[in-house]
Write a protein that binds this ligand. Structure first.
Ligand SMILES: Nc1ncnc2c1ncn2[C@@H]1O[C@H](COP(=O)(O)OP(=O)(O)OP(=O)(O)O)[C@@H](O)[C@H]1O
Ligand SMILES: [Mg+2]
Ligand SMILES: [Zn+2]
Length: 543
């Protein structure tokens, strides 16, 4: 404890001993001779105290200063982490109407103190039932020791990173983006598939925060020029979370994406995904076929894996052997064998698949058909009497078959094995708490309605924005689906390498309602908005 603590801070501000005037009249501050070094705890107390509150944290950070107390002499004692510009001293004299006495303190300690005061001040964090200390890092820490590590291991930095993760969980975010920019780190959360700006920790913390994430993920903190991937396993009370960490060097420093996988979260039932009844029935019938390939297509994060787990869950009975090969295993399902691929040790999708075929499973779920080799083994499995579920990154269902052919699979093999393809997207749902009826502009309606089935009395709704939806007007998501079943005619088209447009046209002629139509129906029912539907289907080819 330093001698300055315990004194009453300013109290009612006493009249300045030297009346503050223009900078020239301000007496030069006396540098603090033989001041005892400030303990970190004292700096933190000062940062949260009334003196510091009178100046913006941004200002304090920018100049690395922290007003500590008013000395008996009436001087304002200010901790400084670096030699100060005279104008800064003048500004402090003006603001506090006092002479300034500088004392030295480690710059990192000052920044940490300011940062910790800020994170303590965030009311949502205090109010939430999640506490930083509840978060236990399971991963072993790396061995490297240097300045960065020291910085990264400071309590405020640890707390800041924990709070970022906990707040992300509270906000139902799926990803945390820490992006390095010219003016420091930008923190964004992906909530319901859409990025939202959260905060801008000052530039000084950038390296410490990134290093902290690296330490948590067991990555090399000294490596700052190459991309690195890692994972953090966290336990929050009895919930186990798996956070995938991807670090990429960029112009202004490293950027990080943390993807949160909530392994404890249960599998969603197929009936809760938002499939219309007809389509749900058709899909359920499809997955009950004894062998063949069922594909789910859509862009990143469109809910493909969720659908496959829902399907797998329906088939998960004691008499059925189910094996999954994934990167990573996203949900744990009792009664199944789940294999995480690990290319680093040579356990690729293809290698894992080849090995599990010897276990003769009834159903195999392959996380993604990324390459020709994996697709070939999947086809082999289907031809030898197994049911295979997998995903492809294509815009719609009909593109699934053409993609397989483009990957180098013989069209007759695609035609012989693929049973059906489900194309999908996720749209945000209008917030239930603040929904209101709403008539979209006629041109928007006309544009969205073009080519869609006529829906007699559409009831469009939108969210005004409230606390429940953080002002966005949306809360939660639901799926849009299109199901293409492989009819005999469709197989014939595939075998003769018909162009995509023909495959699509036939699918629609045979009853496939395309994604846009699914979206139109949901917007007309007030579940989502036309804007959302257009947003997620804009790259879909119409017709
Ligand atoms: N029908 C749905 N309704 C609401 N939320 C959903 C639905 N389907 C999936 N989600 C949610 O959307 C997120 C992304 O889903 P999922 O991981 O299944 O997508 P994906 O297409 O497999 O992504 P990737 O391309 O990264 O593999 C998850 O948080 C999931 O819980
Ligand atoms: Mg997936
Ligand atoms: Zn709302």
């Amino acid at each position: 404890m330093t001698r300055l603590r315990g004194r009453s801070p300013v109290g009612p501000v006493r009249a300045a001993e030297s009346s503050p005037g223009p900078p020239a009249q301000v007496p030069a501050p006396t540098p603090g001779p033989a001041e005892p070094p400030r303990a970190a705890a004292d700096l933190r107390a000062a940062a949260a105290g009334p003196l510091a509150q009178r100046v913006s944290p941004k200002y304090l950070e920018e100049h690395c200063v922290l007003p500590l107390a008013v000395a008996r002499s009436g001087e304002l004692v200010v901790a400084a982490g670096a030699p100060l510009d005279p104008t800064v001293i003048d500004e402090l004299c003006w603001t506090f109407e006092r002479r300034v006495r500088l004392v030295e303190a480690p710059a990192a300690e000052i920044h940490a103190a300011i940062l910790s005061a800020q994170s303590q001040a965030a009311p949502e964090v205090q109010a939430s039932d999640l506490r930083g200390s509840d978060l236990v890092v399971l991963a072993d820490e790396a061995e490297t020791i240097d300045d960065l590590r020291a910085l990264a291991n400071q309590a405020p930095v640890i707390k800041l990173v924990n709070v970022l993760i906990l707040e992300a969980l509270r906000a139902r975010a799926s990803d945390i983006h820490l992006e390095a920019g010219a003016d420091g780190l930008r923190v964004r959360y992906r909530i319901d598939g859409v990025l939202r700006e959260i905060s801008h920790p000052p530039r000084q913390y950038q390296a410490a925060v990134i290093s902290r994430v690296k330490i948590m993920a067991g990555l090399n903190i000294a490596e700052r020029r190459l991309a690195q991937d890692g994972r953090i396993r966290l336990r929050l009370s009895d919930r186990e979370l798996d956070v995938r960490v991807s670090i990429t060097p960029s112009l202004h420093g490293e950027s990080v994406v943390l993807r949160i996988l909530d392994r404890g979260a249960g599998v969603r039932d197929l009936a809760e995904l938002g499939m219309p009844n007809r389509l749900l029935e058709d899909f359920q019938q499809l997955i009950r076929q004894p062998h063949g390939i069922i594909l789910v297509t859509g862009p990143t994060g469109s809910g493909k894996t969720t659908t496959l787990y829902g399907a797998l869950d329906r088939l998960n009975q004691p008499g059925v052997k189910i094996v999954t090969v994934e990167d990573p295993v996203e949900y744990q399902v009792a009664g199944t064998t789940q294999i995480p691929v690990n290319p680093k040790i040579g356990l690729t999708f293809a290698a894992a698949l080849r090995s599990i075929l010897r276990h003769d499973p009834d159903l195999i779920m392959v996380g993604e058909m990324r390459d020709r080799e994996t697709a070939e083994i999947a086809i082999q499995a289907a031809l030898t009497g197994h049911l295979v579920f997998s995903t492809l990154h294509t815009n719609d269902a009909p593109s699934g078959v053409t993609r397989m052919v483009d990957m180098g699979i013989e069209p007759y093999l695609v035609a012989a094995t693929v049973l059906g393809i489900l194309g999908q997207r996720l749209v945000r749902v209008v917030c239930y708490s603040c929904a209101e009826d709403f008539q979209p502009p006629p041109d928007v309606v006309t544009h969205a309605a073009a080519g869609q089935p006529d829906i007699p009395k559409p009831r469009f709704r939108r969210g005004k924005g409230c606390d429940a939806c953080s002002g966005t007007g949306y809360r939660g998501r639901t799926g849009l689906y299109e199901l293409m079943r492989m009819s005999e005619e469709q197989r014939a088209l595939v075998v003769k390498r018909a162009p995509l447009a023909e495959v699509r046209a036939l699918a629609q002629a045979q009853g496939m309602a395309p994604l846009r139509a699914a979206g139109w129906a949901k917007a007309c029912a007030g579940i989502t908005t036309l804007e959302e539907v257009l947003r997620v289907t804009r790259d879909e080819v119409l017709g």
